[in-house]
Design a protein around this ligand. Structure first.
Ligand code: COA
Ligand code: AMP
Length: 629
């Protein structure tokens, strides 16, 4: 631990010296002379007088430094059987032309651009093109429904939306354009223009006067150069689930973000420029932003964009094929992907078909990594399997086994230790620090390091209220857990209503809002129950309005359809049941955690404040009918 502790302690003792050194990995248009400005704490600005361009750092500077012929981006689509590559020079030219097309549409520095796209290389070009001209992108995951897209369009008020005719899911073509049209129809804000990429699988109908064909717009554009912006200028807004149906717009700045990601590539992931790094996620999630696009490119790596699944496209050897074909050194994915592979190929037979000679490490995040999955992956792959913990808000890992500093012994169930820069503490409800092994709220002492969210989009008050007010002086992660005697962190559960379904972060509160809108529903509760493959899945309980005597199966089918239509298929909301009452405290609070413990077959105590214990018998029976408990 010595080397790690040295670096960690220095990062907390002398944050400005530490991050000033890290900032040397970035090419600045104006080198910052001030590292941290906390005059308006709790709002802080890293590198306040620095100026830079993130696209220049991710692309152009590598061409200028002699990496022009190195492959920057590999697109591997298991869905279409396509492999294509772009060198850093080719990537620069693509991005510059698309940036020119955006400029021709009137997009200026500071304008927002919503990107609603599948896993195609144009999605990467789009993010970088926005960064190039100082526009602020907001990528919306393709598995969200029109309503979620509309909410984001209203909050981000984009001038332009970039989209595609379709995404590809196993067995179906997901037409994006009707979803986009419906979202714009539902939103109060109207984007001026939509640029639509026509994929060969389906051709979208364009709305005259508003929609433009992507290929034509790019063909007619002249390349745009990199616009220099302040370090604190927003690079992107990424919406993530909050406790209500209204998502939170996490803001990422340009300067702190570039410094933190460059530092993490070397020190957390232990990757060198020129190596091949693959994050098997989606550009719509923070993992995709940080470790498909910006991190590996800023660091001069080759990044892989994979359109496909871990299984079924065509088999559970899909990941090994990609690693072998492209010489991947480091893979980052969610444990659920490995549970899926393990379920279909428990003996790892598909591994025998591939040479994984350059593969050095597997990183897992997005949900708690169960020890079974960890051991299986270690055993079959013979490389370090690193569980690490972070959030959309933090942008890069809070806890990890920092391979680039020192490889620490692995403890199953723990994402190892706090990453330098993150002063992680465990607090009890009164704000006192917990003893080792004692569970409490996981918080980070302020100021947060570079790269973490400076605020929420157009919602400074919500930022303070959601993250900084529960324990003044600390950022509330909303995860609960403990540290052991060796300082290893264990992240156990959320303290809010967020659940993790196949590594996707979802709000049960948002699903309850959808169910409550059904005319037959009087009240409802959604809980996340343990699922062998997805980690958790949502289950709904509804109480019907007095006098409703319709068939329950019919109502349940309508509820399932409503969540799919309003939130999206990614919610995996497939189970609901009708009950006569919900268990509540005497003050009327629904006892969701008791219901969840019952569903997961965990020990639970009868809450002292319960209004009527008999209600739990009916919940127990309902869970049994659904196959839980
Ligand atoms: N566009 C449209 N629909 C999408 C979508 C997208 N980008 N991504 C997922 N969906 C749909 C799926 O088709 C599925 O629809 P269905 O209900 O009609 O089957 C639904 O959303 C749920 O998708 P998913 O969570 O991917 O479940 P799955 O059963 O299709 O696959 C796994 C299970 C484990 C193979 C898959 O979840 C997986 O690969 N997970 C990796 C997790 C990951 O990358 N997490 C990101 C954070 S690192
Ligand atoms: P997201 O913002 O989608 O990245 O989700 C962040 C949340 O996922 C965290 O607050 C945790 O609840 C959970 N999470 C992510 N990584 C881990 C991990 N390694 N162990 C446990 N939980 C995790």
């Amino acid at each position: 631990m010595r080397r790690y502790l040295e670096v960690y302690e220095r990062s907390l003792r002398d944050p400005t010296g530490f991050w000033a050194e890290a900032a040397e990995a970035i090419t600045w248009d104006r080198t910052p002379t001030v590292v941290l400005d906390d005059a308006e704490a709790p709002f802080v600005r890293w590198f306040p007088d620095g100026r830079l361009n993130t696209c220049f750092n991710a692309v152009d500077r590598h061409v200028e430094a002699g990496r022009g012929d190195q492959v920057a981006l590999v697109y591997d689509s298991a869905m279409t059987g396509t492999v294509a590559t772009w060198t850093y020079r080719e990537l620069r030219d693509e991005v510059a032309r698309l940036a020119g097309a955006l400029r021709d549409l009137g997009v200026e520095t500071g304008d927002r651009v919503v990107i609603y796209m599948p896993m195609v290389p144009e999605a990467v070009f789009a993010m970088l093109a926005c960064a190039r001209i100082g526009a602020i992108h907001s990528v919306v995951f393709g598995g969200f429904a029109a309503n979620e897209l509309a909410t984001r369009i209203d909050d981000a008020t984009p001038k332009v939306v970039l989209s595609a005719s379709c995404g590809l899911e196993p067995g179906r073509v997901v037409e994006y354009k009707p979803l986009l049209d419906e979202a714009i129809e539902r939103s109060r804000h109207r984007p001026e223009r939509c640029l639509v990429l026509q994929r060969p699988q389906t051709t979208a109908t364009l709305v005259p006067g508003r929609d433009l064909d992507w290929a034509e717009a790019v063909a007619g554009a002249s390349p745009a150069g990199c616009v220099t912006v302040d370090a604190g200028h927003p690079l992107y807004v990424l919406y993530t689930s909050g406790t209500t149906g209204r998502p939170k717009g996490v803001v990422r700045d340009n300067g702190g973000h570039a410094v933190a990601l460059a530092w993490s590539m070397r020190h957390v992931y232990g990757v060198e420029p020129g190596e091949v790094y693959w994050a098997a996620s989606d550009v719509g999630w923070v993992v995709g932003h940080s470790y498909i696009v910006y991190g590996p490119l800023i660091h001069g790596c080759t990044t892989v964009l994979y359109e496909g699944k871990p299984v079924g496209t065509p088999d559970p050897g899909a990941f090994w094929r990609v690693i072998a074909d492209h010489g991947v050194s480091t893979l980052f994915t969610a444990p659920t992907a490995f549970r899926a592979i393990k379920r279909e190929d428990p003996d790892g037979r598909h591994l025998l078909r591939y040479e994984l000679d350059r593969f050095r490490a597997l990183f897992l995040a997005g949900e708690r990594c169960d020890p079974d999955t960890l051991h299986w992956a270690e055993d079959k792959l013979g490389v370090p399997v690193i569980d690490h913990w972070w959030q959309t808000e933090t942008g890069w890992p809070i806890a990890a086994n920092p391979l680039g500093i020192e490889r620490l012994p692995i403890k199953p169930g723990s994402p190892t230790v706090p990453v330098p820069g993150w002063d992680v503490r465990i607090l009890d409800p009164e704000g006192r620090e917990c003893a080792p092994e004692e569970i409490g709220a996981i918080v980070c002492r302020l100021p947060l390091p570079p790269g973490a969210l400076p605020t929420l989009w157009n919602a400074d008050d919500r930022f303070v209220e959601a993250y900084l007010s529960r324990y003044p002086g600390y950022y509330l992660t909303a995860d609960a857990g403990y540290k052991d005697e060796d300082g290893y962190l264990f992240v156990m559960s959320r303290i809010d209503d967020i659940i993790n379904v196949a590594g996707h972060r979802l709000s049960t509160g948002a699903m309850e809002e959808v169910l409550a809108a059904h005319p037959d529903v009087a009240e409802c509760a959604v809980i996340g129950v343990a699922d062998e493959l997805k980690g958790q899945v949502p289950v709904g309980f509804v109480v019907l309005q007095a006098g409703v005597d319709r068939d329950h199966d019919e109502i349940v089918a309508e509820l399932v359809e409503m969540v799919r239509r309003e939130i999206g298929p990614v919610a995996s909301f497939k189970q609901a049941t009708v009950v006569t009452r919900l268990p509540k405290t005497r003050s009327g609070k629904v006892l969701r955690s008791t219901m969840r413990a019952m569903a997961d077959g965990e020990a639970w105590k009868l809450p002292a404040t319960i209004e009527d214990p008999a209600v739990l018998d009916e919940i127990g029976e309902a869970l049994e009918r659904l196959g839980y408990g």
